[in-house]
Design a protein around this ligand. Structure first.
Ligand code: HEC
Length: 136
């Protein structure tokens, strides 16, 4: 009898972690799909007039932002950054924290920068930053 129970448990033991793994996978995929679509919409509203994010898309008024998180500021080839931007951000790398300050007020981070946009809503900034990380 003891043997039967342990055999039963052995046979079914794999099912539970498997189910948990599948549930987690579906959950994470669904969440990031939702985050991606909200992020994409918000990016389009807030940034796309000046920035592309598609791989190999040419710059608009601002540089292409694909892969921006982790990129050294002001280093996209073929884009003419303002000298104010280059001076203020020389040697800095884009982190989510730097991006939060930047979007809150670029003129505060790099006075005189060409980027004439700011976003006072932290939640909107976060949605956009999450999206930029997703498409990184
Ligand atoms: C009205 C146009 C405009 C809008 C809207 C705009 N930007 Fe910009 N952005 C610029 C310009 C122009 C620059 C170049 C700044 C310079 O050279 O001084 C820039 C630069 C940047 C950089 C620096 C990139 C690098 O290569 O280091 C980041 C990051 C950035 N913008 C993010 C955003 C995000 C995210 C949004 C939307 C929330 C946004 N911008 C909205 C015009 C804009």
């Amino acid at each position: 009898m003891v043997l039967t129970i342990s055999q039963f448990n052995m046979k079914n033991a794999w099912k539970q972690p498997c189910l948990v793994a599948v549930t987690l996978l579906v959950g994470v995929t669904a969440n990031s799909a939702i985050a991606q679509s909200i992020g994409e919409k918000t990016f389009k509203q807030q940034c796309a007039a000046c920035h592309a994010v598609a791989a190999d898309a040419p710059p608009g008024a601002g540089p292409n932002l694909r892969g921006i998180i982790g990129r050294d500021a002001g280093t996209l080839k073929g884009f003419a950054y303002s000298s104010e931007f280059k001076k203020a951000l020389a040697g800095k790398q884009w982190t989510t924290e730097l991006m939060q300050s930047w979007l809150e007020d670029p003129q505060d981070v790099a006075p005189g920068t060409y980027m004439l946009y700011k976003q006072g809503n932290e939640e909107i900034r976060k949605i956009i930053i999450d999206y930029l990380q997703l498409v990184n």
